[in-house]
Design a protein around this ligand. Structure first.
Ligand code: APR
Length: 320
């Protein structure tokens, strides 16, 4: 049986890391696409040369030609610009919207059957625009944010409780921005929800609030440290987790930016929600119950994303 084909649109920091992880996990053959002459070819060759020592079987190539992504099973999109210190993800909107147009049309023309995972920011608006430009079915186009935000939350919680990250679960919903909604009630250490751990005296509400804020600022913290780019290891790892769920039909329950039509009070809107990812793409949106405070936070986040979507429509008349 032929190996799956994974097209990585954007061969920058995240794209290169995605290629490395996909090869190491032998998820399939990898094609790196980028407009920057030589970059995808150079990274592909360098990665292929790591194969003999690592012992993976995966063909890795680089291209500037969309026809080389033909027949891709998965496309992961990181094309665009990352933010610099002092910028919010939303500041990237104008530039990256143009990029989504060319990428969406490239996928539409050459890989219309792929499962598409968008990572380019501002995430929720970009995944919506990418879907519009590509015309692919909604369940085959989603965005990576919740897995990353939840991973950051889990990491900070594991430090606070001094337990293995494997025993910490966490849920972050809403838009991938300052209004994201880390859900304490649905986050646990060894199955014990965070509010119970506060009652047990293992941590305090103040400490938990600080961790939630650090999670919201997780991307900016790294931008501030790196100064010349944004996070790439954890975003790539999260993207690969979603791609693997699709390719192996794992039916993983993962938070991702998905098209929500009829759940959470939304009618046809992309935002971060719990989903099941399997061979059908986003097979289900899991409509968990939110309490009043959580729903209010979620609604505020949705409003922030709506503002970005409207801004996209203002810039690109074809989207209106
Ligand atoms: N088509 C294809 N590739 C493009 C295009 C385009 N129209 N425009 C830019 N690129 C490429 C750039 O040449 C660059 O190699 O996208 C790549 C982006 O890589 P980096 O600048 O290293 O950015 P990265 O850190 O990988 O982040 C990419 O993901 O998390 C988000 O905010 C982040 O929007 C940013 C994206």
């Amino acid at each position: 049986m032929a190996r799956p084909k994974i097209a990585l649109i954007g061969a920058g920091q995240i794209g290169g890391t995605l290629a490395h992880l996909a090869a190491m996990k032998e998820l399939g053959d990898v094609v790196l696409f980028d407009i920057s002459e030589g970059t995808p070819q150079g990274k592909a060759l360098d990665l292929a040369e790591s194969g003999p020592a690592e012992g993976f079987d995966a063909a890795i190539s680089g291209t500037q030609d969309y026809s080389d992504i033909a027949g891709a099973d998965v496309c992961i999109v990181t094309a665009g610009v990352p933010r610099k210190p002092g910028m919010s993800r939303d500041d990237l909107l104008g530039i990256n919207l143009k990029v989504m147009k060319s990428v969406g049309e490239g996928i539409r023309d050459h890989a219309p059957n792929a499962f598409v995972i968008c990572i380019t920011n501002p995430l929720d608006a970009m995944v919506w625009a990418l879907r519009e430009f590509s015309g692919l079915p909604h369940e085959k186009v989603c965005g990576m944010a919740g897995v990353l935000d939840s991973a950051r939350f889990r990491h900070f919680l594991s430090l606070e409780f001094d337990v293995s990250m494997r025993d910490v679960t966490a849920f972050v919903l809403g838009g991938h921005g300052d209004t994201m909604v880390p859900l304490s009630r649905y986050s646990t250490v060894g199955g014990v929800p965070l509010p119970d751990l506060v009652k047990m005296g293992w941590t305090t509400q103040e400490k938990l609030d600080a961790i939630i804020q650090r999670t919201r600022d997780g991307g900016a913290e790294i931008v501030g440290l790196l100064k010349t780019g944004s996070a790439f290891y954890a975003p790539a790892t999260a993207g690969i987790e979603m791609a693997e769920a699709y390719l192996k039909d794992q039916k993983r329950l993962l938070p991702c930016a998905a098209y929500v039509d009829g759940a959470f009070g939304l009618n046809g809107f992309y935002v971060g929600v719990p989903t099941i990812i399997g061979k059908g793409g986003v097979e289900r949106v899991v409509n968990i119950q939110l309490d009043k405070t959580e729903q209010a936070m979620f609604d505020k986040s949705v409003d922030a994303v709506k503002g970005l979507v409207e801004a996209c429509k203002g810039i690109e008349p074809a989207l209106a």
